[in-house]
Design a protein around this ligand. Sequence first.
Ligand code: TYD
Length: 214
Amino acid sequence: MSDASNSGLFICFEGIDGSGKTTQARLVVERLCSLGYDAVYTTEPTRWSEPGKKLRESFFAPTRLPIEDEFRLFLEDRILHVKSEVIPLLNAGKIVVTDRYYFSSVAYQGARGLDWQYILHENEKIAIVPNLVIFLDLPVSVALDRIASKRMEGVNTFEKEESLRKVKGIYLLLAERFPRLISKLDATKEISEIQKSVLRLIIQLWKNNSKVDN
Ligand code: TYD
């Protein structure tokens, strides 16, 4: 696995469902662009690749895909995302802000029962390491309240709670294992307060990277 290109900056947002990562990722891209930085938002699963489309369809299917198939589709989608979006954008010097990346596979497919160290290992073969992972940390109970108020009527909350607890547990293990790479932010705070911390982290990193380049 190689590191993100040193011309651009590669940032990932991670967290359990309801943690607000899509909101924060989109907001920070807008904010960075308004400040004159060249930032681009991407997401996984992608909305354009065949494996990405299959995965998104599967989210609405009555039964889940078998775990091995699901894992493989995320991996195939990621290979395409990295090759067609992330690398060209980084080479063009942009700040790439990705909404979910391989840490999601480790946490979610790990929670479904695949060995998380194996998932990590398989992803490390195909993915480039980002410059920073922003993990929005939220208690599962708060996430469930947010999900219930917004969407997902009819979801089995007990199953959802069980699985989110496992997902969160793996995210915390990853944060312990990669303390320099993964910045954990308290996602119970106000959107604007979190956004300030996110922006500060990214701009700081951009400045440090520029120093290294010069
Ligand atoms: P999410 O970001 O919640 O999608 P959206 O905000 O567009 O509705 O991601 C969709 C789901 O995909 C989420 O429940 C986590 C799951 N997922 C995995 O299980 N493994 C992965 O590798 C990725 C990228 C996502």
